[in-house]
Structures are given as C-alpha cells and as structure tokens.
Design a protein around this ligand. Structure first.
Ligand code: NIG
Ligand code: FE
Length: 438
C-alpha cells in the first residue's frame, strides 16, 4: 500500500492497453512485437504529480491505494490506451484547397498541380499573408480538435512560409500555441517543402539560402528539433536533400524525410544512410530501401490518409516492412492539400482496411512507435509506472473494435500529464477555443 492517495484514479477499463507489455524490450517495436499491446482486462491506472504511480488489474491497484483519491474515472465497458502520438502534421497554415481536391476528382495529378504553381504554393501565398494572431488562433483550434480525437503529442512542421520571416512565423506560432495547450508539440523545420516563386528554376540557390539564413536562425532560436525535406521527383532530389540535411545535422537538427511518397527515388536509402530519425510516406519505397531502414533503425512513418485523399491505389507496404523488421509508425499528415484529416482514429481504420495491419499493430504504430519517430519514446506512447499519465478512454468494449467505428469520434475522456482535459467528449480544464476547427 502506498502512503499517499493518488490524485486521479481510473478503474474498471474493460481493456487497458499499456503498449508496454512484459518481455518486450524498450525501443521501437518491430516484427511480431508490434502486435503486442499488453492488454490488462478490468484495468486501472493511478496517477500523481502528472505521472503514473500504479497500473494493473483494478482489484490489485485498489488494494494498494490509500483512501482519499479526489477524482475517479469509471471506465466500465470502455477501453483505455496511451494518448495518440501524431508523428507527422503540417498544423500551421491559412486558407483551404478545396478547388484542388475538385481538380483531382476530375483527374489532375498532385505533382502537376504543384509544378503549375498550385498545391503547396497556394497555401504558401495564404500563409505568408496571414497574421501571427490569426495563425495562432487556427492552430489552437486545431490542437483542440486533435485533443478531442485523442492525440496528446504531435509533431508539426513549417513549410508554408518558404522565406525567412514566414518560416520563423510558423515555428513561433507553434511555440506560442503549444505553450498554452495540453497537446505537446514537437517542431520540425520544412523550409525545403517546395521551391518558392522567388527562386523558380534555381533549386540550388534556394537550398543555399536555407542553409545560409534559415537554418542558423532556427537553430539559434531553438525553434525546431528536426529538419525535414520533400524528397521527390521534380521537388528536391536525393543529392539536394542530403546536402540540406547534413548542414542541418551540423547545427543539431536531426533528420526526417518525406521519402518515396509518389516515386521511388531512393529516399528510404538516403534516410538510412543519414541516420534519420524517421522516413515518412514510403508508399513507393523499394524493397532495398525497406531493408536499409530496418538495418539503420529508422522509423517508417506511414501516412495512409494521404493516399486516401490522393485517391491512390498504392498504399505503403506496411506488411512487407513489418516482415522485414522495420519499425512502423502511423500519422495523419494533417495538411490542407493531401490530408485534411486530424483524426488518428481514421488513420487506424485505413491502416487496418487498406494496409492490412491488425488493430493491435496499428495502435502500437500510432502510440509507442510514433513517439520514437519524434524523439519522445522515453516519455510518450506507452503506460507504465513513472511515465507521464497521458491516456485516453474510448467508447468501445475491446481495443480490436476501435478501427471499425468509422466516421465517429470514440474518445470520451483524455488525460494529459495526469490532468483530465477532455471529459465526456468536451474540453475541460482550460478555456476551450471552440468545438470545431475547420
Ligand atoms: O506530406 N508531400 C509533401 N507535403 C505534404 C503535402 C503538403 C501539401 O500538399 O500542402 C505531404 O503530403
Ligand atoms: Fe507531410
């Protein structure tokens, strides 16, 4: 029995998935370990000072719990799991891209729209014009939305500024929005998202500019932990991506890549040779590329909502990657063009139905492995004593049922750092900035 009562107690979860099963070594889950989520039937979690102090079957946890806990969540009939970690988003942007979605329905291709000055560039124009305050307000609403859908930690990129002032503005907005919000935000510089109109036809000149001006400004202000690049045919080549990412590494920014999303140009191989933390997309990755990711321990962040939105029939080969020993993670890629999808629950659905992952594999990929993909494996994505109390309650009687509730939000409660921030589907604990963000 502990001497102090806990500050928050959750009891009677029909299933509690810890994503920290016994016998599985710490680190990104690979192979058959991905499907091991450590289910505790009739589970309970005790929290104090923002952390988990006890976890296990309800009867056992209650037997160790002194009387007097002030707040109890009864999760009878529901399932509890770690808060989702969304490892890849483009959260800060202005404007919408509905015309482009309609163009794609009528047959236009994503890269053709981009090279004709639409796509990413149209969001750049809107984002450059937007004020800091407006961007902060929309970013905050979007953070509310993802939190209501169960995301408690999220990575977010710049990349809709593409000049010094506007890239810094996006990253400063992330910093300002996140310090007042329960969702923890991990920031990434993506100045190499597209070539802006001022540098049209001069990709190398634009890279020189990023390396000379943007990287040092971002590094000295500590505005980003990672540097990312859209490595794709007609955007940035593997040689250009390598030059940029090595320069960023010298300033302490770890590497991420948008790799082999549409064309297999060796992005996965490059991610492995650079020791990137993650390679993202990979819908077109080669088998050699997958093997290299496995050998190098690079986390593969798969983004099925992007393939869904692009109406692609080619999703990343999740099964092939899992069989080869690649650590697979999942994320939304939330952005106005290729994935206007803030919900990790919908990503789980697509991971199961389109990429043939099991529900348990998808949950590990969306929690523990996603945390490793953004350098937060030591504190987010799994539940065990001593770790931050970040967990969600979903209104399904078993974890396996979660991906098959499609188009509804199953999250009823969210606990972040031991604090209830969503209760019965509503934001609590601080002034909510609105129920809908879009
Ligand atoms: O991850 N592929 C490049 N970047 C984003 C799309 C951003 C956009 O189209 O605005 C992605 O899919
Ligand atoms: Fe992306």
């Amino acid at each position: 029995m502990r001497t102090e009562p806990s500050e928050l107690l959750l009891i009677h979860a029909a299933e509690l998935a810890t994503c920290a099963p016994e016998g599985v070594p710490p680190g990104p889950r690979r192979g058959t370990d991905l499907g091991r989520v450590g289910i505790i039937p009739d589970g309970a979690i005790a929290c104090a000072h923002g952390r988990i102090v006890d976890i296990g079957p309800t009867r056992e946890v209650l037997s160790r719990e002194p009387r007097g806990c002030p707040e109890i969540i009864d999760a009878s009939g529901k399932t509890v799991l770690p808060g989702f970690v969304d490892a890849h988003t483009h959260l800060v942007f202005a404007g919408t891209r509905h015309e482009e979605h309609i163009m794609r329905i009528q047959g236009a291709k994503y890269l053709d729209i981009l090279s004709a000055g639409g796509g990413i560039i149209s969001t750049v124009e809107a984002t450059r014009k937007a004020s800091f305050e407006d961007l902060q307000a929309t970013a905050t609403k979007r953070l509310d939305t993802v939190l209501l859908h169960g995301t408690t930690t999220l990575e977010a990129k710049s990349g809709y500024g593409l000049d010094l002032t506007s890239e810094l503005k996006q990253l400063e907005v992330l910093r300002a929005a996140s310090c007042k919000h329960p969702v923890e935000v991990v920031s990434t510089l993506l100045a190499a998202h597209a070539v802006p109109p001022e540098f049209e036809g001069d990709v190398e000149g634009y890279l020189d500019f990023i390396i000379r001006e943007v990287l040092p400004a971002v590094a000295s202000r500590r505005l980003a932990e990672f540097c990312d690049v859209f490595c794709e045919e007609g955007v940035f080549s593997t040689q250009q991506a390598e030059r940029l990412l090595l320069a960023a590494q010298r300033l302490g920014l770890r590497s991420k890549l948008h790799a082999d999303e549409i064309n297999p140009i060796g992005g996965a191989e490059l991610a492995a040779s650079l020791g990137a933390v993650s390679a993202d997309h990979l819908a077109a990755a080669s088998r050699t590329g997958m093997d290299r990711l496995a050998e190098a321990g690079v986390v593969a962040v798969l983004l099925p909502a992007t393939m869904f939105t692009l109406m692609s029939d080619r999703y990343a080969d999740a099964r092939g990657m899992i069989d080869r020993g690649v650590a697979v993670a999942l994320a939304t890629d939330f952005n106005p063009g290729t994935s206007p999808v803030p919900s990790m629950q919908f990503v789980l659905t697509l991971a199961c139905l389109e990429m043939k992952m099991t529900p348990a594999e998808a949950v590990s990929a969306a929690t523990v492995n996603a945390a490793w993909a953004i350098g937060r494996g030591d504190r987010a994505g799994s539940l065990s004593p001593g770790r931050p109390a970040d967990f969600i309650v979903v209104d399904v009687p078993a974890l396996d049922a979660l991906p098959f509730q499609i188009g509804v939000n199953c999250v009823t409660d969210v606990v972040k750092g031991g604090r209830v921030v969503v209760k019965d589907g509503r934001r609590v604990g601080s002034a909510p900035s609105g129920d809908r963000a879009f």
